[in-house]
Ligand binder design. Structure first.
Ligand code: SME
Length: 154
């Protein structure tokens, strides 16, 4: 675990995307391993109108492996196509609880050819862990993996 830089992580992710194998799992691993405040990292993919959990990395599995679009913070981001940043999950009635240690969450939609095909979901054990830098970085990561997510999902 290191306190990573976004530019170093972007370079690593560009290399993974160029290589083309197990892209989504490797990107999840990089995000989880390089940033201490990214406690649990997962990618959900749209399948038959639901968000289905794909690759993930974190201390434990989540029970929310299938989330209807529109439900929870994950479902809200998929429905609107806009990033959701929740500084205090206890103050957000949409929150679907996964881990007792989670304090804040960011969900970044992955779009391909105008449609949401999946999303990056990150839970943090720190309150208000996600700032503008995380949002801009993760929205760039979502662009980098979009064609891979489109191939895996639907
Ligand atoms: N908390 C999410 C559910 C997914 S877990 O964080 C892995 C939500 O409210 O949609």
């Amino acid at each position: 675990m290191t306190a990573g830089t976004t530019s170093g992580a972007l370079e690593a992710i560009e290399r993974i995307v160029d290589r083309g194998r197990d892209v989504l799992q490797e990107v999840v691993d990089v995000l989880h391993d390089r940033f201490d405040h990214y406690s649990w990292v997962g990618i959900y993919l749209i399948e038959d109108g639901d968000l289905v959990l794909g690759p993930w990395k974190g201390p434990e599995a989540t029970e929310h492996v299938r989330i209807p679009v529109g439900q929870g913070i994950c479902g809200a981001a998929a429905a609107t196509g806009r990033t959701e940043v929740v500084d205090d999950i206890n103050a957000d009635s949409r929150y679907l609880a996964c881990f007792p240690s989670t304090r804040s969450e960011i969900v970044v939609p992955i779009s391909h050819e105008g449609s949401v095909v999946g999303e990056i979901d990150i839970d943090s054990d720190q309150p208000a862990a996600f700032g503008e830098k995380d949002r801009a970085f993760l929205e760039r990561v979502a662009e980098l993996v979009s064609s891979h997510a489109a191939r895996r999902g639907l």
